[in-house]
Unconditional design. Structure first.
Length: 375
C-alpha cells in the first residue's frame, strides 16, 4: 500500500461511540401519515423504522413528547401476510421441507403463528392460531448458564405471551432454521414424551415498513391493538405507554418520527482504493462494522447492491500483518466467511451480498459497490 494512502487512513476521524448508523428525528407538526412520509423522504431518509428494542429506546429518547406519533409501518398490502422470525436480524427464508401443512389436529385452526408439533414421527412446522397455549423455547444471546436455548414448560402460554416472556427473561423466541432444526434444540426437548407442541418465533402479518426493509420487530400494545380493524392501517407509537405501538386511520393528523440514514450504498463498481477516496471526499469514510447490530443493519443495505460483494473499510496491512478498519478501529467483532483465501498484501474486506452476508477477503483491484458512512 502506498504511504500516502496509509497516512490518510491514520488521519481519519475516529468515531468509536459517537457515530451512529442512523438517527431519529421527532417532527412536532401534525400531519396525515402519507404527508408525514413525503416530508421525511424529502428532508431525511424515510419515516422511522425500528430494528429492535435498542432502537425503540433511542426513538423514545429522541423526544420529550408524550402521546401518539406515526412511525413508518403500515398495512396497505391488501392482507398479504408474510412470515417473519421474531428475533431481529434473522431473515425468513421459505423452505418447504421444514413445513408440514397438514400438521394440525382436527380441532386446530390455521393461523398466523408457527409451532413445531411432535407426533408419530412428524416434527415439522405448522401454522396455528396464536391463541393456543403451548410449551416454548427461548433464545438467550447472553448464554446464561452456558445455554443458548431454554425450554419453558411452565407456564404454557399463547404465542404473544411466550414472546413477551422470552423478551423479558432471555432475548427472544427461538428463531431461524439453524436454531430450530439444530442440535441444541433437539437436546433441549429430549426428555419430553410425544405428542407435544412447541412455539417457535414464527409469525406472519401484513404490515410493511415504509422504506421497504424487512425488519421483523413488532412492539404492539396488545391491550389496544386489534389486527382486524381494517380501516386502521397506519402504525403509531404510544409514547405514554412506554412507546408500545397501536394503529389508527391514516388520515388522522399526528406528529411523527423520521429516520436519517448515515450510510450510503454507492451502486458503482470501484476498486477498494477508489472507493476509499470516494467516501473520504464525498462523505466521511468507508463503513466499519464493530458489532452484530451494525452487521445486521448493513446486511439490509447490501441487498440492493448490483455486485456480488460490497467493499467495507476493512484492510490488511502487509507490513504489520493484521486487519484493521480505516476508521482506526481494531477488528474485534468478526464475521468472516468460510472461504479459505489466506491473508495477503493488497487484500481488503468485502461483504457477501448473498445471505448470510459473511465477510470475504478480496484482492483490492476487484471492482465492487461500496458503503460510505456520512458522519
Ligand atoms: C434512553 O434514556 C435512558 C434514561 O435516560 C437511558 O437509560 C438509556 O440508556 C437510553 N437509551 C439509549 C438507547 O440511548
Ligand atoms: C396518551 O396520549 C394520548 C394522546 O395524547 C391520550 O389520548 C391518552 O389518553 C394518553 N394515555 C395515557 C394512558 O395517558
Ligand atoms: C405478498 O408479499 C410478498 C412479499 O412482500 C410478495 O413477494 C408477494 O408477491 C405478495 N403477494 C401478493 C399476492 O401480492
Ligand atoms: C431446507 O431444509 C432441509 C432440512 O430441513 C435442508 O436439508 C435443506 O438444505 C434446506 N434447503 C434450503 C434451500 O435451505
Ligand atoms: C394471549 O393471552 C392474553 C392473556 O390471556 C390475552 O389477553 C391475549 O389476547 C392472548 N393473545 C392471543 C394472540 O391470543
Ligand atoms: C461455561 O463454560 C465454560 C467453558 O466451557 C466454563 O469454563 C464455565 O465454567 C461454564 N460456566 C457454567 C456456569 O457452567
Ligand atoms: C390489514 O389489512 C387487511 C387487508 O386489508 C385487513 O384484513 C386487516 O384487518 C388490516 N389490519 C388492520 C389493523 O387494519
Ligand atoms: C377487533 O375489531 C373487529 C372489527 O372492528 C371486532 O369485530 C373485534 O371484536 C375486535 N376484537 C377485539 C379483541 O377487540
Ligand atoms: C372506521 O371504522 C370505524 C368503526 O368501524 C368507523 O367509526 C369510522 O368512521 C371508520 N373510518 C373511516 C375513515 O372509514
Ligand atoms: C465524489 O462524487 C462524485 C459524484 O457524486 C464523483 O464524480 C467524484 O469522483 C467523487 N470523488 C472521488 C474522490 O471519487
Ligand atoms: C458491477 O459489476 C457487476 C458484476 O460484478 C455487474 O453485474 C454490475 O452491472 C456492475 N454495476 C455497474 C453499475 O456497472
Amino acid at each position: 500500500m502506498q504511504w500516502s494512502l496509509y497516512l490518510l487512513i491514520l488521519m481519519g476521524q475516529c468515531c468509536f461511540f459517537t457515530c451512529r448508523l442512523y438517527e431519529y428525528h421527532f417532527i412536532k407538526e401534525n400531519k396525515r401519515w402519507y404527508e408525514a412520509q413525503r416530508y421525511c423522504r424529502e428532508k431525511y431518509t424515510d419515516l422511522a423504522k425500528v430494528f429492535d428494542m435498542t432502537d425503540m429506546s433511542r426513538l423514545r429518547n429522541s423526544t420529550q413528547n408524550q402521546g401518539e406519533a406515526w412511525i413508518g409501518l403500515n398495512n396497505n398490502t391488501g392482507g398479504n401476510r408474510t412470515w417473519h422470525w421474531s428475533l431481529p436480524g434473522v431473515e425468513y427464508i421459505q423452505n418447504d421441507s421444514s413445513w408440514n401443512l397438514n400438521g394440525r389436529e382436527t380441532w386446530e385452526h390455521p393461523g398466523n403463528c408457527g409451532r413445531k408439533r411432535y407426533k408419530e414421527g412428524d416434527k415439522k412446522l405448522a401454522d396455528v392460531s396464536c391463541d393456543e397455549a403451548f410449551y416454548f423455547i427461548c433464545h438467550d444471546e447472553m448464554k446464561k448458564d452456558n445455554k443458548t436455548l431454554h425450554l419453558i414448560q411452565n407456564p404454557t402460554l399463547n404465542w404473544t405471551q411466550a414472546q413477551n416472556y422470552c423478551r423479558s427473561y432471555y432475548t427472544d423466541l427461538v428463531s431461524g432454521l439453524d436454531q430450530v432444526d439444530g442440535e441444541e434444540y433437539e437436546a433441549v426437548i429430549k426428555g419430553l414424551t410425544s405428542p407435544f407442541s412447541i412455539w417457535v418465533g414464527l409469525f406472519r402479518d401484513s404490515w410493511r415498513w415504509s422504506d421497504g426493509s424487512d425488519f421483523s420487530f413488532r412492539y404492539w400494545d396488545m391491550e389496544l391493538f386489534n389486527d382486524t380493524q381494517s380501516n386502521k392501517t397506519c402504525a403509531m407509537t404510544l409514547l405514554n405507554r412506554s412507546g408500545k405501538w397501536s394503529s389508527d386511520e391514516c388520515d388522522k393528523e399526528k406528529p411523527f418520527f423520521c429516520y436519517d440514514d448515515n450510510l450510503i450504498l454507492v451502486e458503482e463498481n470501484k476498486t477498494w482504493e477508489e472507493a476509499f477516496y470516494y467516501c473520504r471526499e464525498n462523505y466521511s469514510d468507508l463503513v466499519s462494522i464493530t458489532n452484530s447490530d451494525e452487521q445486521d443493519w448493513i446486511q439490509e443495505k447490501v441487498k440492493e447492491a448490483n455486485s456480488p460483494y460490497v467493499w467495507l473499510g476493512l484492510r490488511y496491512t502487509c507490513t504489520l500483518g493484521f486487519w484493521f478498519w480505516v476508521t482506526d478501529e481494531v477488528v474485534k467483532y468478526k464475521n468472516w466467511g468460510p472461504d479459505v483465501t489466506t491473508d495477503g498484501c493488497d487484500m481488503s474486506g468485502a461483504m457477501n451480498v448473498g445471505s448470510p452476508h459473511k465477510w470475504s477477503k478480496q484482492a483490492d483491484n476487484k471492482m465492487f459497490n461500496f458503503i460510505c458512512s456520512k458522519k
